[in-house]
Design a protein. Structure first.
Length: 317
């Protein structure tokens, strides 16, 4: 099916477990894709640059081996100026990260061999991609799709508020206990000192809405934070974002609602608001955004959906 596959491995993902297991996994991968080009990342941004280089070289399948952050970078290699530069090429994921939340939403197996076989055997779906445009940032480095200053692409979610503090803590932490416990522990730690903040958003009708928030999540995928369903109404095939506003929740109430997110359903609470949009603007300046588990940059920002714009292999729905 794929004439020129390539693999981008993040050996540091999953607290280094990906790198330690790679010798055996490489043999399994080459058994399925014997002509695959294999590249390893060394630092943040490498996966995006490698992805762009491989795509320019004519590779028709780029497999990310890592977590949500690695997949995010690889996807950024496909896009520029609001469009997919390589629409005939395909992305895939062999999940090996702390959270791997986007993989959960796609129904990808955490078993390496099963996920590998699915890439080879299962149908390709065209998934939505989010575009995040920030009004501040450093000028783009020439040809660098990841350090583009004001523009980033994402597959799973973008958020601000307390979620940024959680991401910062998780990325600096020892992830010995795995994704769910790591995210849950650092979420509770962040809640102890977090003070809710004011924010203004505008959606498709351009009407401003003002909130005092704990967090806001704008998502294409259902899962985030190691399996929390903060946007249970999201789908990467819907052509629109699902967004959830966790408004002025007291700490105790926030803890209770947080635990409920693992049920996978919408929460009924006067301070939790759900919506859908194809575009969403955060007009409040000076807030920090995270996307797919990595720090992205500051607001103000415009977020828009690019429907069915990326071919994704191995998807089970």
């Amino acid at each position: 099916m794929f004439l020129k596959p390539a693999v981008i491995v993040n050996p540091r993902s999953a607290a280094g477990r990906t790198g330690r297991a790679w010798r055996k996994r490489q043999k399994d991968l080459l058994h399925v894709f014997p002509n695959a080009t294999i590249e390893k990342t060394a630092c943040v941004g490498d996966a995006a640059n490698l992805s762009r280089t491989l795509l320019i070289d004519g590779h028709d399948l780029i497999i990310a081996v890592g977590g949500d952050g690695t997949l995010n970078e690889v996807a950024n290699g496909f896009f520029m100026n609001g469009r997919n530069l390589f629409p005939e090429s395909t992305i895939a994921l062999l999940p090996s990260g702390t959270g791997s939340d986007y993989a959960k939403g796609l129904g990808l197996s955490n078993d390496f061999q099963q996920a590998l076989n699915a890439i080879q055997q299962k149908a390709i779906q065209c998934v939505d991609v989010g575009r995040l445009v920030m009004s501040q940032g450093e000028p783009s480095l020439a040809g660098d799709p990841f350090h583009a200053g004001t523009e980033r692409y994402f597959l799973n979610e973008v958020g601000t508020g307390m979620s940024v503090k959680v991401v910062e803590r998780v990325n600096a932490a020892n992830k010995f206990f795995g994704g769910r416990l790591t995210f849950l522990w650092h979420t509770f730690r962040a809640l102890l000192t977090w003070k809710n903040i004011g924010i203004q958003i505008k959606t498709d009708d351009n009407t401003p809405c003002d909130y005092c928030i704990n967090s806001i999540i704008i998502a294409s995928g259902r899962f985030t934070g190691g399996g929390m369903t903060l946007a249970p109404h999201a789908s990467p095939l819907s052509g629109s974002f699902a967004y959830t506003v966790f408004a002025n929740l007291p700490r105790v109430e926030a803890v209770l609602r947080l635990l409920e997110t693992y049920r996978g359903v919408k929460l009924v609470h006067p301070q939790i608001h759900y919506g859908e949009a194809r575009q969403l603007a955060i007009t409040t300046p000076g807030l920090i955004l995270e996307t797919d588990g990595e720090i992205a940059g500051p607001t103000p920002a415009q977020i828009e959906i690019i429907p069915a714009s990326l071919r994704f292999a191995g998807v089970s729905f």
